[in-house]
Structure formats: C-alpha cells, structure tokens
Design a protein around this ligand. Structure first.
Ligand code: BJW
Length: 235
C-alpha cells in the first residue's frame, strides 16, 4: 500500500501501456496502431465524415478483438481494483483507454475520458448505447428513432474529452497522482501532472515501460512492465 501523509484521495491516470500485456496494441510504440493506420483517417471527426465505413470497419475489428480475442485484465488492472477496495480514501481511475479491462477487473470509480469501444452514440440525440454487430452507421437510432449517424462513442482529435470537470476537481483535491502506461503525448491528459504540481500539495508518480515525454515533471519515475510495477506499488 503506498505511503502518503493522510489517507487522502488518489487519482490514477492509465494509458494504452497498461493493456499491452493483456494483448492490446498501444498507439505510438513501433508496433502500435498508428504505425498501421493514419490518425487523420480513423481518429478525427473529419475522417469519419469522409469515410464512415472505413472508420466503422476499424472499430469493429477492435471490438471483435476485445470481445472474442481472449483479452483479459492483467495483474496491473487487478491491482488497481484492489487499491480501490482497500485504500481508506477515494481512488479515482481516469483511463484514456477505450477497452473495458478496468471494469472487468473490478474497478468501479472510473472515468473513460476518451470514450468506450463497446458503445456507439447517435449524432442526433447524443445518447451513448451498447454497440451491436448489426448496427450500421446509417441505422435508425434505437433510442430516438431518427435517421442520423451512429458513430463510435470515442473521443477523436479535436474533440473535447469526457467528464473534464470531474477530472480537474479530483486532480485539484488529490494527495497522490499516479500515471501508468501513457506516453504523455496527448493533451489534456499529458497536462495532468503539471496541473497537480501547480496545485503544490500532491505527490506524483509515473509507472511506465520507459520514461514518458513528461517524466521530468514527476517526483518519482519507475520503469518496467505495468504487470510488475503496479502490483508492487499497490501491495
Ligand atoms: C508500457 C507497456 C507495459 C508499453 N507496461 N508501460 C496541435 C494541433 C492539433 C491538436 C493539438 C495540438 N496540440 C495539442 C492538441 C490537442 C490534441 C493533442 O494532444 N494532440 C497531440 C498529439 C499534439 N488533443 C485533442 O485533440 C484532445 N482534445 C482536446 O484537446 O480538446 C480540447 C479541450 C480539452 C480539455 C478541455 C476543453 C477542451 C482529444 C484527444 C483524443 C485522443 N484520442 C485517441 C483515440 C481514442 C479512440 C481510439 O482508441 O481509437 O486516444 S488518440 C490515442 O492517444 C488514444 C489514447 O487514449 C491516446 C493516448 O495514448 P497513450 O495511452 O499514451 O498510448 P501511447 O501508445 O502513446 O503510449 C503507450 C505508453 O505505454 C508508452 O510510453 C509505452 O512505453 C508504454 N508501455 N507497454 C507499461 N507493458
């Protein structure tokens, strides 16, 4: 269990590196997703409206991999669920990941700031709903019944991440901020450590395979695989 001066609250930011050992690709590593597809084509609203079929194909393949590919939470996800259960203060997991491995590990206080792979959203009524294989981009919305565009419930470049007010409040109040498995290239998440340091009170810790882009901003940096570092930190 980590030592902080009071049983204050902990905010944990996670990125693609925490799910790598479960079998999901990261984005910016040499074998990552962005080495195979162009960001402009699949991760921008402009790319989606240019070719919705291509984007749907990209996300459907990742949905099948997540649901049918034998992907399971790894020891890092499980350790964070134990942290939430055992720590006397609040533990909030803010994940940039769109997979469902934190919830399958047992985490309940969780924000998916970049959305959820297994959901879609109607561009008319904006309501997120569970994805189903027979729903096409052009299907009627099962909720509002209008013809519009059913899009992946994910946050693309140029779009505002979800629940930012709640995240910023938690960062402002926390005693410890831990960043796990993220390269520190994508804002606003890459700026969370600075926001915490500017507040002046909380300790900051990075757990990553290698020092991230913003490693020098953390009080403490530990390098190695998340499946080893995270259980060692929690237990
Ligand atoms: C391991 C490991 C192991 C490996 N153990 N570790 C200039 C121009 C245009 C835009 C901008 C600009 N400057 C800033 C912006 C904004 C832009 C941005 O940041 N761009 C930069 C690229 C420059 N950001 C946005 O547009 C965001 N919106 C925004 O800013 O709105 C304005 C606003 C904000 C706040 C309030 C009000 C307004 C939106 C960003 C959306 C990002 N979307 C994606 C796709 C999601 C859907 C999908 O998955 O398809 O999110 S992009 C992709 O990157 C994905 C990830 O969540 C995100 C972060 O990646 P992550 O997790 O860090 O992965 P990697 O691969 O980069 O790193 C993995 C790390 O793990 C590495 O360090 C490895 O070493 C490590 N690792 N194995 C431990 N076993």
């Amino acid at each position: 269990m980590p030592q902080v001066s009071t049983p204050g609250s902990i905010v944990v930011l996670t990125g693609a590196g925490i799910s790598k050992e479960s079998g999901l690709d990261t984005f910016r590593d040499h074998d990552g997703l962005w080495a195979r597809v162009r960001i402009e084509d699949v991760a921008t609203p402009e790319g989606f409206h240019r070719d919705p079929g291509r984007v749907q194909h990209f996300y459907n393949a990742r949905r099948r991999e997540l649901s049918e590919g034998g992907i399971e939470p790894n020891p890092a996800h499980l350790a964070l669920a134990r942290l939430e259960r055992d720590w006397p203060g609040e533990v909030l997991i803010v994940t940039q990941n769109i997979d469902d491995l934190h919830e399958r590990a047992g985490t309940s206080n969780l924000i998916h700031m970049h959305g959820e792979l297994l959901k879609i959203r109607c561009e008319r009524c904006q309501r997120p709903m569970r994805w189903a294989a027979d729903l096409e981009v052009s299907s009627l919305c099962p909720d509002c019944g209008r013809a519009g565009v059913l899009r992946p419930h994910v946050v693309w470049f140029g779009e505002v991440p979800l629940e930012m007010d709640r995240i910023l409040t938690a960062l402002d109040r926390c005693s410890l901020f831990v960043s796990i498995g993220t390269s520190g290239h994508v804002y606003p998440a890459a700026g969370f450590v600075s926001a915490v340091r500017n507040g002046g009170r909380a300790r900051t810790l990075e757990l990553n395979l290698e020092p991230s882009n913003g490693a020098s901003l953390f009080h403490d940096v530990r390098t190695g695989p998340a499946s080893e570092l995270v259980p060692a930190f929690v237990d």
